[in-house]
Design a binder for this molecule. Structure first.
Ligand code: ADQ
Length: 415
């Protein structure tokens, strides 16, 4: 395949339902799985698929995301076709506005498409935890001579209201697109499931340019792919659904459906973190044939020690990131970020702990998410009595206690 591919990653989402984790950062910059950020998944999928020409479109609270991209992802410089460049709104609309919707984000950057003249443009969201061989989706797009291909995940029909639903015939041709409608049509031959759009699209360049320009002329449009562009394109473009369950990822068990999770809510975010920590995890971080890339820091290794009372520091069915010290505490079913200090006598069960947290002696934590820089006092007991927890913290529907942290102090140069 000798195709010129340009990728846009839509990384501007606010992620309001992940509050307080999105108070200071855009959703794609929220930490995940100890040492990663959510955006690392789509970027790893692109790079592992051989796509290195990437613009990341940013908007809300972008500083943390920019910092992460700069720490871990800004490759390029030598080869002109290898770049990862964050792009804020260019204010190209008449009203000089921020991105008004996902399609407007592409519109404001049409010059980037025109000047590189790609054969296909891939537009992917940055909000999901998944592994995907994007090359296979592009091959499918080419084989079908499609103008537009949408990644589709067979999903229980009760979730139709949360997604764009693709209506396809048995050959995969798209005949309707229904953005977030509970009564959207089910899959051919399966009355219980719908084809949910994963928000990942492959476009042939000419068709994308035409659709985006026409959309700008429409004063009623909200300039969104799901709400405006895709439903309107049905009669005019060759559109196909790419069934994600047919995707093959090197190093993954071909009998298991590929992993994809929407982490739009705190509960879903928590559950997806839990998916990585078991002995045979749902999401395997150890697949060397499809590595998850992220920023790397000069962290020391993590350390497990006996405390003064000769209690072992140990972690079972857990993930512990670099620079963490477990001194005589017991950790089970948990995911720990970088530089977490667990003091003597702690018991931590089923928790997700971000970087730089400090858990005081003999504290007991169960089913908590700890933001960065949280200090848990000695002897604290959290996650056992939700009435008590609610007095101090946010507790989700399923009973996850979310403990907010403080800002990371910025190191300045001194003279
Ligand atoms: P939504 O879940 O509503 O539906 P949306 O808020 O449109 O998703 O965000 C899609 C992607 O674009 C995310 O990665 C987000 O970070 C990013 N984004 C949002 N606003 C942006 C902006 N102004 N600038 C840049 N990036 C922005 C969409 C589709 C559905 C599909 C689901 C799958 O509309 O059809 O089913 O994604 O999750």
């Amino acid at each position: 395949m000798q195709l010129k591919v340009l990728a846009f990653v839509l990384a501007g989402g606010e992620g309001t339902r992940l509050y307080p984790l999105t108070r200071e950062r855009a959703k794609p910059a929220v930490p995940f799985g100890g040492k990663y950020r959510i955006v690392d998944f789509v970027l790893s999928n692109l790079v592992n698929s051989g796509i290195y020409s990437i613009y990341v479109l940013i908007q809300f609270r972008s500083q943390s995301l920019l910092q992460h991209l700069s720490d871990g992802w800004q490759f390029g410089g030598i080869l002109k076709n290898e770049f990862l460049i964050p792009v804020p709104a260019q204010m190209r609309t008449k009203g000089k506005e921020w991105y008004r919707g996902t399609a407007d984000a592409i519109h404001q950057n049409l010059n980037l498409i025109e000047q590189s003249a790609p054969d296909v443009v891939v537009v992917f969201g940055a909000d999901h935890i998944y592994r995907m061989n994007i090359r296979e989706m592009i091959e499918y797009h080419q084989q079908r001579h499609a103008d537009v291909t949408i990644a589709a995940l067979p999903t229980d029909k009760r979730y139709a209201k949360d997604f764009g639903v693709i209506e396809a015939d048995s050959g995969g041709r798209i005949i309707g697109f229904h953005e977030k409608r509970a009564d959207a049509p089910t899959m051919p031959g399966d009355s219980q499931r719908v084809y949910a759009s994963m928000g990942n699209y492959v476009f042939s360049t000419d068709m994308l340019l035409r659709m985006i320009e026409e959309d700008q002329e429409d004063s009623q449009s909200s300039h969104d792919f799901g709400r405006d562009i895709l439903p309107k394109a049905i009669d005019r473009a060759e559109m196909f659904a790419y069934d994600f369950n047919t995707n093959n990822i090197p190093g993954e068990d071909p009998d298991k459906p590929p992993y994809w999770r929407d982490v739009g809510t705190l509960d879903a975010f928590y559950e997806a973190n839990m998916d990585i920590r078991a002995i045979s995890p749902e999401l395997n971080l150890f697949n060397r044939e499809w590595p998850l890339r992220t920023a790397s820091y000069p962290d020391p290794p993590s350390k497990f020690a006996f405390d003064e009372e000769n209690r072992r520091g140990q972690a079972i069915d857990s993930v512990v990131s670099g620079g963490s010290i477990i001194s005589g505490g017991f950790i089970r079913d948990s995911v720990l970020g970088r530089h977490v200090f667990v003091h003597a006598g702690c018991e931590i069960e089923s928790c997700v702990i971000f970087d730089n947290c400090d858990i005081g002696q003999n504290a007991k934590l169960r089913r908590c998410i700890l933001e960065k820089n949280v200090r848990i006092p000695e002897n604290a007991v959290i996650g056992f009595d939700h009435e008590e927890d609610r007095k101090h913290y946010h507790v989700t529907e399923s009973g996850i206690v979310v403990i907010d942290g403080t800002r990371t102090p910025m190191q300045l140069s001194t003279i």
